[in-house]
Ligand binder design. Structure first.
Ligand SMILES: [Zn+2]
Length: 201
């Protein structure tokens, strides 16, 4: 009895079967390669994220240089993170300063410890040594910005106004070398303490 044609694969059938297997292997390899690439890429991304340099954001209290805040700001973490008494004093003083045509432009207020650490690192790169940098930028542990107890005011007329009148609201320049830096350092109408020489104090 002659074997049926279907039991003995013809050369073209055999070729088709081989091609099918080859195609299946190719698909499997492609999927495997894609999976490997994806896992490599994601672990690479995770590695980069873990070592990415810190960049201060609004959530750290960073205020863009071109858009300082007013003391009435109710939204920005640099203002909302401030001590309540300091904010109140600033607002009362601003109301009086407005009569003299002076606007307090807040260039820095509350800062996260990460932001303060970044500022100190930046100052060390600028000044070359930590000893010199620390005269201008406090450590995260020592900064009154990190505790929400200090503001920096941008414009010279506002700085001078606060240096002259701030104590009526307890607002004082606390570092002799930082004309822009103010804290609630005494009671309203009290005497401001002698400013410390610099941020190392
Ligand atoms: Zn300051």
């Amino acid at each position: 009895m002659a074997p049926s044609a279907s039991l003995i694969p013809s050369p073209s059938r055999r070729r088709l079967a081989l091609l099918t297997i080859a195609a299946a292997i190719a698909v499997a390899l492609t999927v495997l390669a894609a999976l490997l690439a994806a896992s490599t890429a994601s672990s690479f991304a995770a590695g980069v994220a873990a070592h990415a340099p810190f960049a201060p954001a609004e959530a750290d209290g960073m205020i863009p240089a071109e858009s300082p805040l007013t003391v009435d700001d109710e939204r920005h973490p640099a203002m909302t993170g401030l001590d309540g008494e300091l904010r109140e004093a600033l607002r009362s003083a601003q109301a009086a300063a407005a009569d003299d045509g002076v606007v307090f432009d807040v260039t820095s207020g509350w800062r996260s410890a990460d932001y303060q650490r970044w500022l100190l690192g930046d100052a060390i790169r600028t000044y070359g040594t930590e000893a010199i940098a620390r005269q201008y930028v406090a450590s995260p542990e020592g900064s009154s910005h990190v505790t929400g107890d200090a503001v920096d005011i941008g414009s010279l007329d506002a700085q001078l106004w606060l240096i002259e009148h701030g104590r009526e609201w307890g607002l004082c320049q606390t570092y002799a070398n930082e004309r822009w830096h103010f804290e609630k350092a005494t009671d309203a109408g009290g005497e401001c303490p002698e400013p410390m020489a610099d941020a190392r104090g």
